[in-house]
Design a protein around this ligand. Structure first.
Ligand SMILES: *Cc1c(COP(=O)(O)O)cnc(C)c1O
Length: 371
């Protein structure tokens, strides 16, 4: 048998900042078995997928031999309509998930040694994907005890090498949001040669009076990119569709690295179907708001420490070590997500389900709460 070639020869071409280490592990999938499982671990839509999106995918199944639209222009037109004409078609960039948009932004702006700022606890891909491009990662944690954005800390952390700053509102895994006065102040003071990514994939669930999306900042020509996804509100996590909107200047730059035919024909149709499915969006938001109210009242009764949330999930401080708590709930068929990995040691994230799932969660919590 031939001897394997000397490993060090091939590893010498590996990028030094890509040395193998742990990789992102998403929420667990549902285990097989007889017990009814309530998956409250991945912030998926408790009502399933938009029926109009599903219908649109079925309809296009006969056309899978054809290349999709090279430019996804029909989906972008549907987005313009969804934003009531506040943005134009050339301000949208579509991709195969919100995560892919995050990757695209980093690929477009980061050279090895550039700095990226984010605020833990936050969505893990900001750091994981930054590493792929050799970025130096700068964590300016949210402040305790309320997980507020540390605007002063972020502004102080900026150096000439800072290229991208990630903000998330509502934030995953905390459910907290950035109030308008705080964002106004931030945008007034952040240098204009830094790209600010505002991840707003949970925006439909934010009902606080002073909640704001990136829209006014894009309109005011701040260099901001608003990340959106079809995975949560539209129930299309499995189809992988996302988009961002930004200024024309930034969008035209990003389009340089946008592959032709990037979006599958099924994604284009599903996206258009979901955007038209206004009844489903309303029902989804109402389900989440009702679940939010019910669960916070029950958490209060049970004495569970939780943070007020503007998203479709709660972060809680469980009465047991996080993995023990998750295992105990799993015995009742409830899957939740320990979020140490997201920079929230000891905490657990619980997605808001439909009424049945929420009641099952409360029932399980009552059984396992220490006396
Ligand atoms: C879920 C999520 C996304 C995007 O998810 P995709 O499924 O990749 O579209 C982006 N940001 C945050 C904070 C999320 O929680």
């Amino acid at each position: 048998m031939q001897k394997p070639s000397n490993m060090s020869e091939i590893t010498s071409v590996f990028k030094p900042f890509l040395e193998p280490k742990e990789v992102y592990q998403g929420g667990k999938n549902i285990p097989h078995g007889n017990q009814k499982i309530y998956k409250l671990s991945s912030n998926e839509n408790p009502l399933g997928a938009s029926p109009m999106a599903v219908e649109a995918v079925k309809k296009v199944a006969d056309d899978l031999s054809l290349y999709p639209d090279q430019t996804d222009i029909r989906l972008r037109h549907a987005l313009v309509h969804d934003f009531n004409g506040a943005l134009t078609e050339d301000q949208f960039i579509c991709g195969n998930s919100g995560s892919e948009i995050i990757d695209m932004v980093l690929r477009a702006f980061i050279n090895e040694g550039d700095e990226v700022i984010y605020s833990n606890p936050c969505f893990l891909p900001y750091s994981v994907f930054s590493r792929w491009y050799g970025a130096t990662q700068v964590d300016v944690p949210l402040t305790q005890p309320n997980y507020d954005l540390d605007v002063e800390g972020i502004l102080k952390a900026i150096t000439p090498k800072t290229k991208v700053i990630f903000l998330t509102s509502p934030n995953n895994p905390t459910g907290t949001y950035i109030p308008k006065p705080v964002l106004d102040d931030f945008f007034n003071r952040v240098p204009k040669n830094i790209v600010v990514v505002l991840d707003e994939v949970y925006r439909h669930f934010a009902h606080a009076e002073d909640y704001v999306t990136a829209l006014p900042y894009v309109a005011a020509e701040h260099p901001v990119i608003a990340v959106n996804s079809f995975s949560k509100t539209y129930g299309l996590a499995g189809q992988r569709i996302g988009y961002c909107y930004t200024t024309k200047t930034i969008a035209n730059y990003l389009r340089q690295i946008h592959k032709p035919f990037l979006l599958p024909i099924t994604s284009i149709e599903a996206g258009i179907g979901a955007l038209n499915d206004t009844d489903f969006i309303t029902e989804t938001v109402n389900t989440v708001l009702a679940g939010r109210k019910m669960l916070s009242a029950e958490f209060d009764k049970l004495g569970i420490t939780y943070w007020p949330t503007e998203a479709n999930f709660f972060i809680i401080d469980p009465p047991y070590p996080e993995f023990e708590f998750a295992d105990k709930l799993m015995q009742y068929g409830i899957m939740v997500r320990p979020v140490s990995q997201f920079g929230a040691p000891g905490k657990v994230r619980i997605s808001i389900g439909d009424k049945e799932a929420n009641l099952a969660l409360i029932h399980a919590l009552k059984q396992i709460m220490p006396a």
